[in-house]
Design a protein around this ligand. Structure first.
Ligand code: BGC
Length: 818
């Protein structure tokens, strides 16, 4: 490397093997199914993980013992244990499976782990707990309720406009309960209150799913919020993804609805439930008159309901709640944590830009909620609009790239004076907010940008002596977290915001070095499976709010790659086990319908978003630059067969494994016959992507690797002057490919370029996230999101594995090339 870079700080706390700090051995980071003290665990044999912390070097766990009881006292006394693993001689500290008496629905359990080490130390964790979800349908007494009235569902073109629903129920308790647990599913999006206090801090809960297959409920221990006497539960219900944001072209499931059940236990063992039914009251005449994730929230303070979530409220003007049809999907405990406010930032400036408009600059393209503290005038609406960039004049929002999304929040004051407000059911992807309707200039202090995404740990930080690299990493960090919305979305701002598979195939792996994203991705794999059709096709958008069955290979590949990532990076093989039958169905379907002479003939998107020949184009029209679709699908299919061979072995299915291995050989042979030129060592039309995919995915015949690689280098150096020529497919292998075959210098040049096309170019043009297009500043606005993560490719993997040298040991079942 011409310029040596120094990695000055890198913290990576992944999986359960961290050993650091502290003066004596401690057992920390205890989790059940990868969550700390979780409520509502739905697996019959939950898995425990922990970490050892010590100031000594070379400490290894040699044995562990797990004890579980159904009371805290029982655990302390060591009596009435439902499981005592006994001392197990093992170094395993990640995902150790429960193997005791069968666990009861809704029951709370306490546990602790004791460990022994090679240094002769012993330590015990503090007592932890978890609660089981409702495991049987007979546990549910609640019904689905809401307001079955679509007369106030309005359309503005395709845009849906529906006011929020508010539901309430008062109930009496003879005394303070011992334990009270609320199981609640308010779809699309809901916020619950007990006696006026917000329950938990989830945002937009429950997570969106393919509601025809499953609907998630949340579990909250609300014991401290209850009291003897009258209590009140209140739920504000928004549309989320249940009522579609668009009337056509996007799948919706109907009006929002709620199912809630509060299970109460008293000291004397008596139990009672408060369940949603038609004794609840409902209104849609509250302050949130519209809530649409694309278009924004309208809040009319003149319609505020007062203390509606508290006891004694006069709800005589409200209607009895109506029974709603149950969603088609089964009710399941939410698998992954909800979104939360994960950080708060302040604007860097507020500027007056004429016509009574002010532009608030957050200094960062962020995703979440803007809280405002403003002074308004009675009946005079204050309008807030959001954008990622400003027009060249610097005084207007650039909204062309948001397509039909209106991204407009409107607050109408009920009286003159100050108010503090933030939307409850919508979020925006923005750096700039334009505000109008004020009669004074607001201050930067009047705004708080609340960064919202799925709750997960930030495990990796990365800093080098090369400022540009640090900046790229920072942009990636902001872009990745901004695109987690219970699923990995393509973008957070325009009228799309969907779980596009192809964007994350390799990305999920890179992201896992920064974020503890295992549960979010595990949940997404369920969405993908639930979005499949009967013949085995995978929808390239999952959950399939846009239902798209192309039967291509490169986007569905994410299903396989992400399952593999969860195993390698987090030690979690559950997706490989549970999803295997549907994976097999897809492979069969593809071989039967899209494979001709062992070539996968169907491709849809090509090497999506590669740098085009002229700046205004979104996609290249030049055949010399484009990579043949059969090359893309066949190479990627070959890699999927390799994964399936490994997955089959892990599932104890050697015959399947053999079959995949045999098919892979045939695919490789056919591919090389059709596309490899042994004279020139070029694949097809010699694009970097064609050669690189063939090389990295293992299709190049023995002995030709260096020659194929030489073509990659020559093309990149001569034709592209040391720049990327790849789109979403090629970029997944570029940095690792160059590094593995001796092109580290070139990899380094590519990452430090600031001329087009490069990540550095985006930064030179003011990007604080990663763009959808290499030419995002000049391309047609129909598709130029400033916050997509797909063009990161394998860059983050390269940062952590190749620059920092933090890499998983190859697993016995094979290391990853993917
Ligand atoms: C999305 C992409 C996606 C692509 C596939 C776009 O509109 O934003 O990220 O992968 O479509 O065609």
């Amino acid at each position: 490397m011409k310029k040596s870079i120094l990695i000055s700080l890198l913290a990576l706390l992944m999986m359960g093997c961290q050993v650091s700090g502290g003066s004596s051995l401690k057992v920390e980071e205890t989790t059940v199914e990868m969550r700390k003290n979780p409520e509502g665990v739905a697996v019959s044999a939950p898995r425990f993980s922990w970490q050892l912390v010590t100031d000594k070097q070379d400490v290894m766990q040699t044995a562990y013992q797990i004890e579980v009881a159904d009371s805290e006292k029982g655990l302390q006394a060591g009596s009435g244990l439902v499981w005592n693993s006994g001392r197990v001689e093992s170094g395993q500290s990640v995902l150790v499976k429960y193997a005791g008496a069968s666990l009861e629905s809704g029951q709370k359990y306490w546990w602790r782990v004791t460990v022994w080490t090679n240094t002769g130390d012993k330590a015990q964790s503090s007592i932890q707990y978890w609660s089981m979800a409702l495991l049987d349908s007979s546990d549910w007494k609640a019904g689905w309720i809401g307001l079955n009235d679509s007369t106030n569902l309005k359309l503005d073109g395709e845009r849906t406009i529906l006011p929020a629903r508010y539901l309430r129920k008062e109930f009496d308790l003879p005394s303070q309960p011992k334990r009270a647990v609320l199981y609640v599913s308010g779809v699309g999006s809901s916020v619950c209150y007990m006696n006026g206090e917000r329950i938990g801090n989830d945002v937009f809960g429950p997570l969106p799913t393919w509601y025809d297959a499953s609907v998630s409920y949340l579990t909250y221990d609300v014991t401290p919020l209850l009291k003897s006497g009258t209590n009140t539960i209140g739920v504000a219900l928004g549309n989320g993804r249940y009522l579609s944001m668009r009337a056509n072209g996007m799948v919706g499931f109907g009006l929002p609805r709620l199912m809630a059940q509060l299970n109460i236990e008293y000291d004397n063992g008596e139990t009672v439930s408060v369940a949603s039914d038609d004794s609840w009251k409902v209104t849609n005449c509250g302050p949130i008159t519209a809530n649409n994730e694309f278009d924004g929230e309208w809040y009319d303070a003149r319609l505020e309901l007062g203390k509606w979530a508290e006891s004694g409220y006069d709800d005589s003007g409200w209607k009895p709640a109506e029974r709603m049809e149950a969603p088609k999907g089964k009710l399941v405990a939410q698998l992954s944590p909800s979104l939360k406010v994960m950080e708060e930032i302040k604007p860097i400036s507020v500027k007056s830009v004429g016509d009574g408009r002010y532009i608030v600059d957050m200094g960062q393209n962020m995703v979440g909620i803007q809280q405002v503290k403003l002074r308004g005038k009675k009946d005079k609406p204050i309008t807030m609009r959001f954008a990622e960039v400003l027009k060249d004049n610097g005084t207007e929002l650039y909204l062309d790239n948001l397509r039909s999304a209106l991204v407009t929040d409107i607050y109408t004051p009920a009286a003159d004076g100050e108010f503090v407000w933030e939307p409850l059911f919508v979020y925006h992807g923005f750096r700039f907010m334009e505000i109008s309707g004020l009669d004074y200039e607001p201050a930067a202090d009047d705004f708080i940008g609340k960064v919202v995404y799925d709750e997960m740990a930030t495990n990796g930080t990365f800093e080098t002596s090369e400022e540009l690299i640090n900046r790229i990493h920072k942009n990636a960090y902001w872009g990745i977290r901004g695109n987690y919305r219970g699923m990995p979305t393509d973008c957070p701002q325009r009228d799309e915001r969907l779980g596009w598979l192809g964007d994350r195939t390799t990305g999920a792996y890179g992201e896992s070095f920064i974020f503890g994203n295992a549960l979010m991705y595990k949940k997404w794999l369920v969405d993908i499976e639930e979005s499949m059709n009967e013949n085995g096709s995978i929808s390239v958008v999952s959950p399939r709010y846009w239902t798209i069955f192309h039967d291509d290979v490169t986007w569905p590949a994410a299903y396989f790659y992400v399952a593999d990532m969860l195993y390698r990076q987090f030690g979690d093989d559950s997706s490989i086990k549970e999803r295997y039958p549907s994976m097999k169905r897809w492979v069969n379907h593809m071989t039967e319908t899209k494979m001709k002479d062992y070539i996968l003939v169907k491709d849809e998107y090509g090497d999506w978003c590669m740098p085009p020949e002229s700046p205004e184009l979104i996609h290249s029209e030049d055949p010399a630059r484009k990579t043949n679709g059969e090359v893309l699908s066949t190479t990627v299919f070959y890699s999927i067969l390799q994964l399936m061979e490994k997955f089959a072995q892990m599932n104890g299915l050697p015959a399947d494994a053999e079959e995949y291995a045999a098919l892979a050989i045939k695919v490789k042979d056919a591919y090389n016959k059709k596309f490899f030129n042994t004279e020139t060592a070029q694949y097809d039309n010699n694009t970097v992507t064609a050669n690189l995919l063939s090389l990295r995915l293992g299709l190049v015949p023995d002995g030709y690797e260096d020659k194929v690689f030489a073509n990659v280098v020559e093309k990149t150096e001569k034709d592209c002057k040391g720049h990327v020529s790849a789109g979403v497919l090629g970029i997944q292998h570029l940095m690792r490919g160059l590094t593995e075959y001796g092109g580290l210098e070139l990899a380094y040049k590519i990452v430090t370029n600031d001329t087009y096309p490069s990540w550095g170019y985006m930064i030179k043009k003011g990007a604080t996230t990663i763009w959808e297009l290499w030419n995002g500043d000049t391309a047609n606005p129909a598709m130029n999101s400033r916050n997509h993560v797909m063009l990161l490719g394998d860059l983050l993997i390269w940062f952590y594995e190749d620059l920092a040298g933090i890499k998983m040991l190859p697993l016995p079942s094979g290391s990853s090339r993917f």
